[in-house]
Design a protein around this ligand. Structure first.
Ligand code: SF4
Ligand code: SF4
Length: 244
């Protein structure tokens, strides 16, 4: 998440802080949070969702996302395309709940919290903190069911998402990037294909001299042929090396 301004220090939560929250079907607010939200999608969110829907990344981007560029950085930002007003429902919400629940995006797993992270120059785990989002109408706050934030992250199976999402920080905070200049069209297209449109990136990798040019070993070739996570890691490495 790219924040316009940082939450005040007293409004921040850290992994060992306790947080009482419990969301379940019996609540009268059930499903009400799955509408009218600006829901950002990370590259790893898109991998999981397109796999759940069994569709090509191009179809996912065309049918389920809204594209814009971040005003300051010029980096592409994708959000989930919602249904028509006034409800503006998420396309995946059904009466019984989320139809892609096992593959729901990072923002849904973290809700009602948001997470901010920034890179450390020594390569160790990024600094992170959490903060409460707008939760009007949410009835999930419950003192009896307190977990630490760390426990909640495990409970919501969000750690693999965080690990992959944080790899984007190395591109956003790349030492060769001129922070005053937004990305140009060529850089923008590179990021879109190597991070977000992975099925097209795979076609590019296997149908050009990419594998030889970047000396990709046989084991990696076999992995990226079948695993989107491995291909995204290659895409990120390619961007780290060539984007700036
Ligand atoms: S993806 Fe699922 S959990 Fe997230 S907003 Fe849509 S229906 Fe709700
Ligand atoms: S509004 Fe809060 S408690 Fe209600 S379904 Fe959404 S997250 Fe759960």
């Amino acid at each position: 998440m790219i924040l316009d301004s940082l939450p005040l220090p007293e409004d921040r939560f850290y992994p060992s802080d306790k947080f009482g929250f419990s969301c379940h079907e019996g609540l009268t607010c059930f499903n009400s949070c799955c509408r009218d939200k600006h829901l950002l999608l990370t590259p790893y969110d898109i991998i999981r969702l397109k796999k759940a829907l069994k569709i090509h990344s191009d179809d996912f981007l065309c049918n389920y996302t809204i594209y814009h560029t971040d005003q300051n950085s010029g980096f592409p930002v994708l959000s989930l395309k919602l249904g028509d007003a006034p409800e503006r429902c998420c396309p995946f919400v059904e009466k019984q709940g989320c139809r892609v629940y096992a593959n729901r995006p990072t923002a849904c797993r973290l809700f009602p919290l948001g997470r901010a992270s920034s890179i450390k120059q020594d390569g160790s785990r990024p600094d992170e903190f959490f903060f409460l989002l707008n939760t009007s109408g949410c009835l999930g706050f419950n003192k009896k069911e307190e977990l630490t934030i760390s426990q909640r992250l495990e409970d919501q199976e969000v750690l693999p998402y965080i690990e992959m999402n944080d790899k984007m920080l190395e591109i956003l905070f790349h030492p060769r990037r001129d922070r005053k200049k937004p990305l140009d069209d060529k850089q923008l297209r590179k990021v879109m294909v190597a991070c977000y449109n992975l099925d097209v990136f795979r076609e590019f990798v296997f149908n050009t001299n990419f594998l030889d040019l970047f000396e990709i070993d046989l084991e990696t070739r076999s992995k990226i042929a079948n695993e989107d996570e491995a291909l995204l890691n290659l895409g990120l490495a390619y961007l780290r090396r060539t984007l700036f």
